[in-house]
Every structure is written in C-alpha cells, then in structure tokens.
Design a protein around this ligand. Structure first.
Ligand code: ZN
Length: 267
C-alpha cells in the first residue's frame, strides 16, 4: 500500500480542534515506553494491534541494528474513516486524501490512522516511519518509504515479499522499466513519489537485506551514520562501489518475483 508520510520541521503543524467529532482521539490511552496510543475505542494491552507494533519495533531494531529510540511515537487511532477524514481535513487541509499519515515535527512524532480492514498494515507502515525518525537524525525519503513498505508486510519473520509490489515490478521490468537509485535519491517531496517509486524503494531494501552479499552490512552502516549526521550521504554511490553491477543484479532479483509464491498479497 502507499500511505503518505510527511516530515515537517516547523513546530505547531498539528492544530486539532477539540470537539468530540473533529478532534483527535482522546477517549482512551495506552501508554508504554516509547509508544502512546490515543484511540476512540478502548484497546486492551493484549490487542493484536499493539502486539503487532511491538513486533515491528523488535524486528526493526534487530534487522537494522538500531539503538533504542530516544523519542516517543504517538499513534492517533480513529474509530472509522469518516472521523479520521474529518479530522485530517480540518487540521491538515493541505494534505492529500490518504488512508494513514506519519507527521514528524520537532515536538511530536505522530501517526494518524483509523480502524478499518487495513489498519494493521497502515500502522506497521507509519510506525516504521515513527521509529526511524525517533532514532535517526535524517533519512532520505526513498529509504524512509522503502523500509516502511518492507516492514508493513508483517508476519513473525521480517522480509516476506510484498507480492503486489513484486509482481508489478516484474511486469514493469518486462515492459522496459529500469531501476535507478540515483534518480530515487533526488526525490525529496512525497508528492514526487509515484507508485513505482515506492515499489522500487521497497525492492532496493529487500535486495540489500536478502540478496546482495554484504548488502545488509552496507545498509546498517549507512543507518548508523544517519544517527549522527543531518545531511544524508548518497547510498547509491556506496552501492555502486561495493556491489558490482548492483542494478543488473536487482533486475535479476526482481525477475524472480514473477514466479515467486512467497509472501502474501497486498492489493
Ligand atoms: Zn510512508
């Protein structure tokens, strides 16, 4: 799925109305270390959505070798789409109509989503953004999205294929599309990101973590650097240096997706 995510530097970007329908969810609160969930509906601590967020946090920490987050993430979970849409249109009229959002500012790392058929996937995706922004001083847009698409798939083991992305990319490849990480690195506005860009970002992350020799170490080292710098260096240059013919190898990897039955469908 493609959800939108914004990293706003300016404080005060959230200007919620506070009446019962238009305001943020505040009837119930679940609070644990590094995570607060404000919801219209009560969530018991045993709720599968909460267990899912813990699992995503553990997987991100382990796979990416990230330290514990030094900022907390707030999740605002609306009871339904209408409540969510009304709030978002009131508080953030400039934003497009999307199913979920992550908005990071200097004052809050906030996830907005609603209870619906795809709430698990939406929360995994947006919470991944939250955790990355809670840990890193900067993260390139393409990598932010690629990692969110990677961890949104869920499951007890990270890395299941997002079959929708996999099959669409395999088809695009047959029709002449080619990966271009340098081009992806130039994108710095969510509005520039097309569906295929999310798919390519996901594919580079999957390739680095599961296919390219030394790919995970390369990515982990890069993320360590992003913990201390505010200007992200080019990962494409490092990949070109350390993984010969990376784009050809990525294409071969994507071509195998056409016949793969691993993973699950995300439509
Ligand atoms: Zn996203």
């Amino acid at each position: 799925m493609i959800a939108a995510c914004l990293a706003l530097v300016a404080a005060g970007c959230v200007t919620p109305g506070r009446n019962a329908f238009r305001g943020l969810p505040d009837r119930h609160e679940f609070r644990d270390e590094g995570l607060t969930i404000h919801s219209d509906m009560k969530l018991p601590s045993s709720d599968p959505l909460i267990a899912d967020l813990y699992r995503v946090r553990d997987q991100i920490t382990e796979v990416l070798d990230l330290p514990n987050a030094n900022r907390s993430v707030s999740v605002y979970l609306f009871r339904d789409q209408e409540r969510y849409a009304t709030y978002m249109q009131t508080a953030h009229p400039e934003l497009p109509n999307r199913r979920a959002f992550f908005i990071g500012s200097t004052t809050e790392l906030a996830v907005y989503a609603f209870q619906g058929d795809r709430v698990g996937e939406d929360l995994r995706h947006e919470y991944t953004h939250g955790l990355l922004h809670a840990t890193l001083r900067t993260v390139p847009l393409w990598l932010d999205e690629g990692l969110a698409e990677y961890f949104e798939v869920g499951g007890t083991q990270p890395g299941a294929l997002n079959r929708d992305h996999a099959h669409r990319l395999a088809t695009a490849l047959e029709n002449g599309w080619r990966p271009d990480l340098q081009r992806l690195e130039q994108l710095d506005d969510i509005a520039q990101m097309r569906r295929v860009d999310y798919q390519e970002s996901w594919a580079w992350v999957h390739f680095l973590l599961h296919e390219a020799p030394g790919g995970r170490a390369l990515l982990v080292d890069y993320l360590k650097e992003l913990q201390t710098t505010t200007v992200a260096p080019s990962l494409a240059e490092r990949i070109r240096r350390e993984i010969p013919s990376a784009e050809m190898r990525l294409m071969s990897y994507i071509a195998t997706f056409a016949t793969s039955s691993v993973g699950r469908s995300v439509l």
